[in-house]
Design a binder for this molecule. Structure first.
Ligand code: 4AD
Ligand code: MG
Length: 467
């Protein structure tokens, strides 16, 4: 079958935004609905580029009107050519007066699971391969893509270079023992003692939990870098904000302390939100109406306000002082790793905006965070946001050789294996900082989608990896 070259077919979003009135155009997409009225057939055509569809009017004079056009159902793929004209009816400004409609692919009407009605997100998760054809999931994908481009623009404008850090690594950055092992051994060989000595890399390797340590290498050579890619955690958390495979954005800056780090995180988040408010206005209206009422106003607040700053100690005191008013499931005491309920309380009930918590106890944070003068806390910062809790985790890094060595030994790391990391402190060490932003959590914040499984195309969670 002959089809038009996509370079000669506009996207429906463009047609609706800058309609080439009176011109002959061709569009390709999937039928969202079709109805007959009078002796005309009305097709709503979508191509994934916008929430709004293009209305196509088919008249009985078309040669395949009875045999094909009248048999089109939801999900069929077509190519429609014709003249773009002003629409006389309400609901749309323009419509395509079809001069030809080519059926490219039929969709079995009796089994096609998506019909013109609202489906629950839970049901849609059972058809991951078809769900991007729904309004909401396509809107999520567009917002996600816009945020992705926004990130690269943001860093490019500020003199950063993108570094591609490895997916397979031998260092467990967070030291939490959540690394998936990568092995080429057969199950039998794995039963032997020290099996990884004979494995592909001659030592145990795994999927990265964070690109930070390698980003530090490049920050200490190029000043400002970022890595943005998939990260993996074999963490048995079945929550609405955890995935086993998620995307993390990690900037790393030399000559930058904790204050500078926090400023960058705040500027980045506000900048990205400002950008989607402009670029994805139509999609955000959908989320505001059908998914999370008031999300646009919440985003405008995040874009416009300064985040609240408090130390970990102040945060714990605030939570303890609220204990009478609010019953937390997890008890609050200095030294705890805050839970989502605590983080959300701080930004939703106390501050009414994002909160940056700093100077966490050294015991609950990884070895690389810079030790504060007290020796009890580290120069860490987490950015907490309403509805989610932790969006960003970062720190100033320990740049002092002797202190770092102590911390690594105390954490039980094999110091010989991290010789390269220590070298960065032996040769031209400088104060440096960085953070990791959970990309899916950012998409959740922007769309108001409550379950993280619905903001990534193919979610991986304990017991589930469809497609
Ligand atoms: O706080 P985390 O563990 O920090 C790091 O990995 C640092 N090495 C980052 C750095 O400084 N370069 O993770 C950073 C962020 C969290 O704040 C959270 O938003 C997200 O990554 N995150 C997850 N998102 C989805 N599913 C999970 N299982 C996540 N674990 C962390
Ligand atoms: Mg964290």
């Amino acid at each position: 079958m002959e089809i038009k070259n996509i370079m000669n077919t506009p996207r429906i979003a463009e047609v609706l935004k800058n309609p080439p009135m009176g011109e002959d155009i061709s569009v390709q997409g999937w039928v969202r609905t079709r109805r007959d009225s009078g002796n005309l057939s009305f097709i709503e055509l979508g191509d994934g580029s916008s929430l709004a569809n293009l209305q196509i009017i088919a008249e009985p004079v078309l040669p395949n009107y009875t045999d094909e056009i009248k048999k089109l159902t939801v999900g069929c793929a077509i190519e429609a050519g014709g003249r773009l004209v002003a629409s006389p009816a309400k609901g749309q400004d323009v419509e395509l007066q079809a001069s030809s409609i080519k059926v490219i692919g039929w969709a079995e009407p009796t089994t096609y699971p998506l019909q013109k009605k609202r489906h629950s997100f839970e049901f849609l998760r059972s058809i991951t391969h078809l769900r991007p054809r729904t309004n909401a999931l396509a809107a999520v994908a567009r917002v996600r893509s816009a945020l992705n481009f926004g990130i690269h623009d943001f860093f490019k404008q500020r003199g950063f270079y993108q570094v591609h850090t490895p997916i397979i690594t031998t260092s467990d950055c967070e030291g939490a023992g959540e690394m998936f092992t990568v092995t080429a051994l057969e199950p039998e060989q794995l039963k032997k003692e020290t099996p990884y000595d004979r494995d592909f890399f001659g030592r145990r390797a795994g999927l990265t939990v964070s690109g930070q340590l390698q980003a530090e290498v490049y920050a200490l050579a190029m000043g400002r870098v970022y890595t943005f890619g998939p990260t993996f955690r074999a963490e048995n958390s079945n929550t609405s904000r955890h995935l086993a495979e998620f995307w993390m954005l990690e900037p790393e800056m030399a000559f930058c302390d904790l204050q500078c780090n926090m400023e960058l995180a705040q500027t980045l988040i506000r900048n990205l939100i400002g950008r989607v408010l402009e670029d994805c206005a139509e999609d955000l209206v959908l989320f505001d109406r059908f998914v999370a009422k008031g999300v646009i106003q919440k985003l405008e607040t995040v874009r416009d306000v300064d985040f609240v700053h408090m130390t970990y100690t102040e945060a714990i005191e605030t939570l303890q002082a609220s204990a009478g008013k609010k019953a937390f499931k997890f008890p609050v005491a200095w030294g705890i790793d805050m839970q989502a309920e605590h983080e959300r309380f701080l930004c939703e009930e106390v501050a009414g905006r994002p909160v940056i918590v700093t100077n966490y106890p050294r015991e609950i944070k990884p070895f690389y965070m810079r030790l504060d003068e007290s020796g009890k806390t580290v120069a860490a910062m987490d950015v907490l946001v309403p509805g989610i809790g932790e969006l960003v985790g970062g720190s100033q890094r320990e740049e002092r050789y002797a202190v770092l060595l102590d911390r690594m030994e105390a954490a039980g790391l094999d110091v010989d294996e991290y010789g390269w990391y220590l070298d960065l402190r032996r040769y031209g060490t400088v104060p440096h900082s960085g953070f990791g932003l959970g990309f899916e959590r950012l998409v959740q914040l922007v769309t108001g989608m409550s379950n993280i499984r619905d903001v990534i195309a193919f979610p991986r969670t304990p017991g589930s990896a469809p497609c």
